[in-house]
Design a protein around this ligand. Structure first.
Ligand code: HEM
Length: 475
């Protein structure tokens, strides 16, 4: 009996040893993607954050592989998957091979670490802010249709207040105020201009801090972002309290915030105010710099290309012709803005409002002959295709006509809003906001860009150094 037990133990032990030996060998034998992890601790974070994104990716694609390379950014071993095939692979394997991952600065600012996890690195919590806007369909065309007329009137008011009667203005501040005013109205249900003005600077700081080094000492980008997050949170908690009081007195709920306040989980628990504030902050940030960057660079490129301006203007005047004086935009008008949409697409190709996002590998997997171990981060970026002459002829040229049917870019080469199940949920909202701005601005003004060579700073959030001053002429 003892001999039998001993042999069972021995068989068991040898099995365990074999499994361990196999696992050790298999991990050291795997073929990792080519590339470099850079410096100890910092890895290649500095090059990633402060080099031109297309250079960071382009240089490594040339040096290592056009399909995939490894690096170490923001404290994570990362595989960067490149080109249209890479984009397709990534967008098609969501939750099979990858799950969403937010870089640590982002997790800290939006407090999205799992509460039971002692310290980073951990996976961001399931993106409830995304669920809260995808589920009730706030950004579906049926819902957006209701926003359009209001968007139009808010945009007109903003131009009246900030630009009317002036001969020289800066584009960037206005594009931010318009965008934040729209977001505050539709996401939070507030339209108090002083309150919105107070928030603008804070949102700028947070946006910069999302891709920064976590160093919480005065003077750093992260420190400023953290303070801004605290200030916004405080303001949002006040808004939530006011909203609750208004709802209790029977006011109708038409914004995302009201929906979050009344939505209970399957156990009947409501979301705590602080959590709602964090999620709303995440949502506004996602839609803030992206839309304002697109508006800003629309003004730059169209201001520098009079032929494009003339075509956009004639499309927009054609729409106005069919309307009574003062009548606001409707859904059908949007479908007639085809050329203006192409212009917006070309702006986003040359100055992508969002460079790319991260995922985390759920298991070891193979791509292009290389193994990406479980837990590594995977990064996809528009920079691997959007200026590649293989897909875009004369890639540096501003040419909105390249999207006209016969010249449409090949699949997965032009993905400013991502793709697959995580396709940007704010895409249609962004289209509406920018096209509404275009409609109003070209009908009112012609403009001249005063410094065509103005330096563009902040690679993760492109910012014209002087705020893009222009000379306006009333039409
Ligand atoms: C020109 C404007 C915009 C551009 C270019 C843009 C681009 C993107 C991209 C590339 C992604 C990443 C998709 C991925 O990870 O695969 C994304 C995600 C997201 N966007 Fe946008 N976006 C824009 C406007 C907006 C707006 C107005 C909102 C408003 C709410 C918004 C909300 C979000 C959210 C919540 C996510 C995360 C989705 C998820 O993780 O499932 N975006 N966006």
């Amino acid at each position: 009996m003892e001999a039998l037990s001993l042999s069972v133990v021995l068989v068991f032990l040898s099995l365990v040893i074999t499994v361990f030996a196999f696992r050790r060998r298999s991990h050291s034998d795997v073929k990792l993607p080519p590339g470099s992890f850079g410096w100890p601790i910092m890895g290649e974070t500095m090059e990633f954050l402060f080099g031109k994104p297309e250079n960071f990716v382009g240089d490594r694609m040339k040096k290592y592989s056009h399909e995939i390379f490894k690096t170490n950014i923001l404290g994570e071993k990362t595989a960067v998957i490149c080109g249209p095939t890479g984009n397709k692979f990534l967008f098609s394997n969501e939750q099979k091979l990858f799950t969403v991952f937010r870089p640590h600065p982002m997790q800290k600012l939006f407090r999205s670490y799992k509460t039971n996890a002692p310290a980073p690195p951990v996976q961001a919590s399931p993106t409830d802010e995304v669920k809260s806007i995808r589920t009730p369909g706030f950004f579906k065309p049926e819902a957006l249709m209701r926003y359009l007329a209001k968007m139009d009137s808010i945009t007109q008011q903003q131009l009246d207040v900030h630009w009317e009667g002036l001969s020289e203005v800066k584009v960037f501040p206005l594009s931010k105020t318009v965008t934040l005013t729209l977001a505050c109205r539709f996401f939070l249900g507030i339209d108090n201009p002083e309150r919105i003005a107070r928030l603008v600077g804070h949102f700028d700081d947070i946006t910069l801090g999302m891709h920064s080094i976590i160093l919480n000492v005065p003077g750093t980008i992260f420190y400023r972002a953290n303070k801004a997050a605290a200030a916004i949170r405080k303001e949002l908690v006040n808004v939530i309290k006011e909203k609750k009081a208004a709802m209790a007195s029977g006011a109708p709920m038409q914004d995302i915030l009201s929906h979050m306040i009344v939505a209970a989980d399957p156990n009947g628990n409501f979301m705590p105010e602080a959590e709602i504030a964090d999620k709303m902050m995440g949502l506004i940030v996602a839609g803030y710099s992206t839309v304002s960057t697109t508006i800003t660079f629309f003004m730059k490129y169209v201001g520098e290309n009079p032929d494009v301006y003339n075509r956009v203007l004639s499309e927009q005047l054609e729409i106005s012709k069919g309307k009574k004086a003062g009548e606001l935009l409707d859904w059908e008008d949007l479908s007639k803005m085809k050329y203006s949409w192409n212009v917006m697409c070309e702006v986003m190709r040359l100055v992508p409002p969002l460079q790319g996002t991260f995922r985390e590998a759920l298991c070891d997997f193979t791509y292009a002959g290389y193994t990406i171990p479980k837990g590594w981060k995977v990064y996809w970026t528009v920079s691997s295709t959007n200026k590649n002459p293989m897909y875009f002829k004369d890639p540096e040229k501003f040419n909105p006509s390249r999207y006209e049917d016969e010249e449409a870019p090949p699949p997965y080469t032009y993905v400013p809003f991502g793709g697959g199940p995580r396709l940007c949920p704010g895409k249609e909202y962004a289209r509406l906001a920018v096209l509404t701005f275009i409609h109003n601005v070209v009908k009112r003004y012609k403009w001249e860009v005063l410094f065509p060579d103005e330096k563009i700073m902040g690679d993760m959030m492109p910012t014209p150094e002087k705020g893009l001053p222009i000379r306006l002429t009333r039409c």
